[in-house]
Design a protein around this ligand. Structure first.
Ligand code: NAD
Ligand code: TYD
Length: 339
């Protein structure tokens, strides 16, 4: 099979490239990535050593570039990870989120229609369901939960999901969608909660917790997400949505305290800062469907995954220190300067 992985120079896409090269050595992987601030060729350093791997730098919203790629490569499968992915950035500047996440998705699907495809897979998020109350631990997102978004990011992802399902119904495009909970693991860009707290704690800098730190996320080790997507593109039913999550809900403050403990840093580094606008309270996935239909279950327990992740950040300081020494400084000052 020939698989185009868009956004493969980012966090989850990069992990997926390695998952596929390892588990399907017969497949060809073409990473198509614009290399925005979140894309990093260092992430793909080892993939470049593999003859089955190729990289193309371009924008998924650039119709000419996308059609050229499809015309030349005639892929069997497209897995679309490419996206603007950070909620806080979407609050500052929503437009690029619509451009990439909605219009980019449309261009990719138009190319699939024009050149033919066996499967188009859209990597979506549990954030399209909005949030759940903190005092109702009995409630979970199922695939039938209505879309009810809070941020420009989640609205753009929901818009893309609707478009993907419309291309299936209207044109018969063979699509699938996965909606996963928060991922953590290697190559996670240090603007997101877990890597940001690891980097700051190692530098003895304040650990900025939004609001009271009570918001709950359902954390999944990134490799488990990659495995779920792999199962869906091979065995998932066309036109279906699959929720992916590991029943691992944790309040932000507990994650930050755990990181302090693992790194031997004092909790006095924790600094409560102004809350995120429209901050979703709780995400929690019901993964029954993907378990029953495809036999998927998460393999990495959070206690092990967080240790592995912290070790990775300790062993790969060049990867993230290079990122945080550049343009990231301006971002950090703008977002946290007088928060
Ligand atoms: P990321 O921000 O780390 O990486 C995004 C990648 O997409 C980067 O390599 C970037 O260069 C590329 N990209 C951005 N705009 C592009 C464009 N116009 N054309 C081509 N490439 C472009 O994101 P991530 O955390 O790896 O998330 C990947 C996908 O998974 C996203 O669609 C996101 O919505 C979804 N998702 C993420 C999580 C999570 O916890 N991180 C959870 C569920 C779903
Ligand atoms: P994030 O990693 O941005 O993922 P998402 O918003 O997509 O869930 O944030 C995870 C949680 O951590 C979210 O509730 C916001 C919170 N958070 C902080 O408290 N401080 C921070 O500096 C960041 C980046 C996030």
């Amino acid at each position: 099979m020939k698989i185009i992985v868009t956004g493969g120079a980012g966090f989850i896409g990069g992990n997926f490239v390695y998952y596929e090269l390892k588990n399907h050595p017969e497949d060809e992987i073409i990473c198509f990535d614009k290399l925005t601030y979140a894309g990093n060729l260092e992430t793909l350093e080892d993939a470049f050593k593999n003859k089955k791997f190729k990289f193309v730098k371009a924008d998924i919203a650039d119709r000419k570039a996308v059609y050229k790629l499809f015309g030349e490569e005639k892929p069997d499968v497209v897995v679309n990870f490419a996206a603007e992915s950070h909620v806080d950035r979407s609050i500052e500047n929503p437009e690029i989120f619509l451009q990439t996440n909605v219009l980019g998705t449309q261009v990719l699907m138009d190319a699939c229609r024009k050149y033919g495809i066996k499967r188009y897979h859209q990597v979506s998020t549990d954030e399209v369901y909005g949030d759940l109350p903190l005092d109702r631990p009995d409630l979970f997102f199922t695939e039938n939960t209505p879309l009810h978004t809070s941020s420009p990011y989640s609205a753009s992802k929901a818009g893309a999901d609707l478009l993907v399902l419309a291309y299936h119904r209207t044109y018969g495009l063979p699509v699938t969608i996965s909606r996963c909970s928060n991922n953590y693991g290697p190559y996670h860009f240090p603007e997101k909660l877990i890597p940001l707290m690891i980097a700051n704690a190692l530098a003895d800098k304040p650990l900025p917790v939004y609001g009271k730190g009570e918001n709950v996320r359902d954390w999944l080790y990134v490799e488990d997400h990659c495995k779920a997507i792999d199962l869906i593109i091979h065995n998932g039913r066309v036109g279906e949505v699959y929720n992916v999550g590991g029943h691992n809900e944790m309040a932000n403050i507990d994650i930050v305290k755990l990181i302090c403990k693992e790194l031997g840093k004092p909790e006095s580094l924790i600094t409560y800062v102004t809350d995120r606008k429209g901050h979703d309270l709780r995400y929690a996935i019901d993964p029954t469907k993907i378990h029953n239909e495809l036999g998927w279950l998460p393999e990495t327990k959070f206690e092990d995954g967080i240790k592995k992740t912290i070790k990775w950040y300790l062993d790969n300081k060049e990867w993230w220190q290079e990122i945080i020494s550049g343009e990231y400084q301006n971002y950090y000052e703008k977002m946290y300067g007088d928060r």
